[in-house]
Design a protein around this ligand. Structure first.
Ligand SMILES: *[C@@H]1O[C@H](CO)[C@@H](O)[C@H](O)[C@H]1NC(C)=O
Ligand SMILES: *[C@@H]1O[C@H](CO)[C@@H](O)[C@H](O)[C@H]1NC(C)=O
Ligand SMILES: *[C@@H]1O[C@H](CO)[C@@H](O)[C@H](O)[C@H]1NC(C)=O
Ligand SMILES: *[C@@H]1O[C@H](CO)[C@@H](O)[C@H](O)[C@H]1NC(C)=O
Ligand SMILES: *[C@@H]1O[C@H](CO)[C@@H](O)[C@H](O)[C@H]1NC(C)=O
Ligand SMILES: [Fe+2]
Length: 455
């Protein structure tokens, strides 16, 4: 095949190099030759392998009526999304974007083309059918529903951390539940693939193909974990497309009545990559919380929720950094503005277990009341959910947890959350080991948000 194509190209080239009048005389033969080259290359040539889109996923860029579509090819190709309303004319709209070359840090220096196309002016609540790619190859067909922009809306989340390419126990359940429309958003709270950079980033490719079955349908929002650290988090920063201009390290966005802050706990651990990142994130976080707490903002988005990979508190027995001594992540609490700005809920992962805490600050429990600890609590509530499944399997617990620990379970599983309205937020834990059984649930009820609520 290569031979045939090569010969065809050389004949065409030969024809091209002839003086014009000679070409004119040869025209009928020339036309025939050009045509047959074209036909041969159509039949035999350039199957879209390297330019075939794969690893399709979407994310919410934080702008009204928008959605970001990202995917990978292994050689250069255009970046287009063709889309249209479900039930309407297929692919009647087209949006163009661009690709960036990502060179993995491994010995092979593999080159990936990461494509990003932002869709705008989407109708909130409407479902769109799309595919992505270029004339050199199109993806499968997927669909998503543009987020409802109303702060009265009640978004439904699936959330978890620590899901690997091997042993991703919760993935099958998440695939089915996502595809039947149970979730509006997925939060993956750090630690992907184990690890994305391994085998010259082929593990990253495999993992991104695995999660396409969920991440191409609902916005897949992320934060970095320790397993992303190699080559300065380059696989994480390049493969995902989060809001803002910090390569997904820290950002915030609004959905329904919630303001969601994602940040990197890893800046405290991988200081070789730059101590300045601690300061930059600190400044950003302080400013973001200040904005979120402006009365008009807190009124429409009363819930302030954070997500970061490594927890401040946990009761695991793996000699990790939050059980035996104070985690470096405690620094965030030490900043104090978490309390001053009344963060309602803090979501974590990293420990391969599920743990729910009583409202806690500075290692002290501040229940709303003894009978109803989560009704008007006087401190943030923490949830640790890192048991989605990975090659490192489960973690265990210490026998006697501190008094801030309310519920612990080490089954594989993931968490569901719905922010109902300005006063009610619901969380439940699904055990994959027990066939999807709900093993824990909590209603967090707040009549008042912000620092005033702690009084
Ligand atoms: C958005 O959600 C609100 C609150 O549930 C609802 O009243 C409204 O109809 C929704 N908008 C769309 C376009 O679905
Ligand atoms: C690591 O990445 C961060 C964020 O992209 C960058 O600011 C920093 O300079 C990088 N550090 C090194 C040592 O390359
Ligand atoms: C918080 O509430 C729970 C549930 O009622 C209770 O078991 C625990 O002792 C309370 N903690 C404190 C410090 O009051
Ligand atoms: C931690 O707990 C698990 C489960 O209870 C147990 O199997 C494991 O041996 C414990 N590990 C350590 C280091 O104590
Ligand atoms: C919020 O939602 C909860 C649960 O559906 C409901 O009981 C409550 O009345 C609602 N509160 C407001 C202020 O709408
Ligand atoms: Fe981790």
């Amino acid at each position: 095949m290569v031979g045939l194509r090569g010969r065809c190209i050389s004949v065409c080239w030969h024809l091209d190099s002839k003086p014009t009048e000679e070409k004119a005389r040869m025209l009928p033969a020339g036309v025939f030759l050009v045509l047959s080259c074209w036909v041969v290359s159509l039949v035999l040539g350039v199957p879209p392998i390297e330019t075939q889109p794969e690893q399709v996923h979407i994310s919410y860029p934080g702008l009204h009526g928008s959605m970001m579509v990202s995917w990978t090819t292994f050689s250069e190709a255009d970046s287009m999304v063709e889309y249209g309303l479900l039930g309407g004319k297929l692919f009647e709209l087209v949006a163009k974007g661009s690709s960036a070359v990502f060179v993995d840090g491994g010995s092979e220096k593999r080159k990936l083309f990461i494509h990003r196309v932002m869709l705008t002016r989407l109708k909130p609540g409407s479902t769109y059918v799309y595919h992505c790619g270029s004339e050199a190859g199109w993806s499968n067909i997927f669909y998503f529903t543009a987020l409802n922009e109303s702060s009265d809306w009640s978004p439904r989340f699936a959330l978890f951390g620590d899901m690997g390419n091997k042993n991703p126990q919760s993935l099958a359940r998440l695939q089915k539940e996502t595809q039947v429309g149970m979730y509006d958003v997925i939060l993956h709270i750090g630690d992907f693939a184990y690890d994305m950079d391994e085998d010259n980033a082929r593990i990253g490719d495999e993992f991104m193909r695995q999660i396409e079955s969920i991440a191409a349908y609902v916005p897949y929002m992320t934060c970095p974990g320790n397993h992303e650290n190699n080559y300065n988090f380059s696989n994480y920063k390049n493969r995902f497309s989060m809001p803002g201009d910090t390569e997904g390290l820290w950002y915030s966005w609004n959905v329904g009545p919630a303001h969601i802050i994602s940040f990197s706990t890893e800046v405290y651990f991988y200081v070789d990559y730059g101590l300045d990142l601690i300061v930059k994130q600190y400044e950003w976080l302080r400013n973001d919380l200040e904005q979120a707490n402006k009365p008009e903002n807190r009124k429409s988005r009363p819930w302030v929720i954070t997500m970061g990979h490594r927890p401040m508190y946990c009761s695991n027995n793996d000699s990790d950094d939050c059980t035996l001594f104070e985690s470096l992540v405690q620094l965030v609490e030490a900043y104090n503005f978490v309390l001053i700005s009344g963060v309602d809920l803090e979501l974590w992962a990293h420990e391969h277990t599920y743990e729910r805490l009583w409202p806690v600050y500075g290692f002290m429990v501040y229940n709303g009341s003894k009978e109803e600890p989560y009704v008007n609590p006087k401190a943030p509530v923490h949830i640790i959910t890192g048991s989605a499944g990975c090659r490192e399997k489960h973690d265990g617990f210490i026998p006697d947890p501190r008094d801030w620990s309310a519920f612990r379970n080490s089954d594989y599983g993931y968490t569901r959350m719905q922010v109902f309205n300005s006063t009610h937020l619901y969380i439940e834990q699904v055990s994959d080991d027990q066939n999807g059984k709900v093993i824990d649930s909590m209603w967090l009820v707040k009549d008042q948000h912000g620092a005033a609520a702690w009084a």
